[in-house]
Write a new protein. Structure first.
Length: 346
């Protein structure tokens, strides 16, 4: 990281006038697979997170919209970190810089939120209900955040995520799954490869049914608004039984809140039906779900589990470069093992 320090200090000066006094530590190896650069910044008595957004996200207004959404949620009193305004341009939350290779780099600086992502270590019903209620409160507040140039209630339309999943399930059915299985046969035998073989067998078992269901869900019209899209175990921080941080809005977009609820509950409680009911009930104490949304939650969960399992096999054995250079393969394998456990119940 030493070669990056001068650049990082230069960027930090957009927010901190004495940035050279900051202590920096890289984050994300083994736990963040999004490709974003993350650094913990200690400066005086304060701790921050410096984020370098991927070039694709830096183009257009996407980072600006997400940063404004975070500020909107933080101002509503929710456990979300609001990006700091730039010193010389207080109206701006994002610092944009053209790199030597002409890529556009966007940077944000946010406060470090308290808490630990420890639900798997100490799972309790009180924590589960707190997570579900917090997500519902985030959705309620986000529903008043403008979509494009239009404010007001959530619009009703097809879910972009479900349309994309329908296309991906079609691709798997049309040969992508068989192609990956053929490639896997050519790799050296390892314990990880055995897990990958089981994942592909389980994918094949459920693929036809989920593809058939996707034909309906690609055309269903659902309430759409700003959602997090990547709200899972490692992004929900607890202090005892209270949620004190919901982190990483890098994938936030306009879609169905049902997708967020499916992602959260699937990651926290897997296939524990009693825990699912508890989580859904807790969510609905804050934001009741329409019957069509309740149905959609289950399809979001099942299709997301299958496609995630395929992704991890592909990344581990066909395209490891997609994971980036700093990812611990053991952590990636554990993600696949957890997904295989869920696939057995599909």
């Amino acid at each position: 990281m030493s070669a990056l320090v001068p650049e990082l200090i230069s960027v930090l000066r957009q927010w901190l006038p004495t940035a050279e006094r900051a202590q920096l530590c890289g984050l994300g190896a083994g736990s963040s697979f999004s490709g974003a650069g993350l650094w913990r910044v200690e400066h005086g008595d304060c701790i921050y997170v410096l984020r370098r957004w991927p070039p694709a996200a830096a183009m257009g207004c996407r980072v600006t919209s997400i940063s404004s959404l975070q500020r909107h949620l933080a101002e509503a009193g929710l456990p979300v970190a609001s990006p700091l305004p730039l010193l010389e341009h207080p109206e701006a939350l994002v610092f944009t810089k053209i790199a030597v290779d002409r890529d556009v780099a966007a940077w944000t600086l946010t406060p470090w939120l308290p808490g630990v992502a420890d639900y798997w270590i100490t799972p309790r019903h009180t924590k589960l209900k707190a997570a579900a209620r917090t997500l519902a409160e985030i959705h309620l507040s986000a529903s008043s955040f403008p979509v494009g140039d239009r404010a007001g209630p959530a619009r009703i339309d097809r879910s972009p995520a479900l349309v994309e999943r329908g296309d991906r399930l079609e691709a798997l059915k049309s040969g992508a799954c068989a192609d990956l299985a053929y490639h896997l046969v050519q790799t050296p035998p390892t314990a990880a490869r055995e897990i990958a073989f089981e994942a592909l067998e389980l994918i094949q078992r459920s693929l036809g049914r989920l593809w058939q269901e996707s034909l309906r869900w690609c055309d269903e019209r659902l309430p759409l608004q700003w959602v997090i899209r990547d709200v899972w175990h490692d992004h929900v921080l607890f202090t005892e039984d209270k949620v004190t941080g919901v982190i990483d809005f890098g994938a936030a977009a306009v879609d169905s809140p049902a997708g967020d609820l499916a992602r959260l509950l699937g990651s926290l409680v897997g296939d524990d039906e009693a825990a699912w009911r508890l989580g859904v009930e807790a969510y609905q104490t804050k934001r009741p779900l329409a019957p069509i949304e309740l149905e959609a939650v289950r399809f979001f969960d099942a299709s997301g589990t299958l496609l995630s399992a395929f992704n991890w096999v592909h990344w581990l054995f066909r395209d490891p470069s997609a994971l980036g250079p700093n990812v611990y393969r053991n952590a990636a394998r554990r993600r696949l093992e957890r997904l295989v456990g869920r696939m057995r119940c599909l």
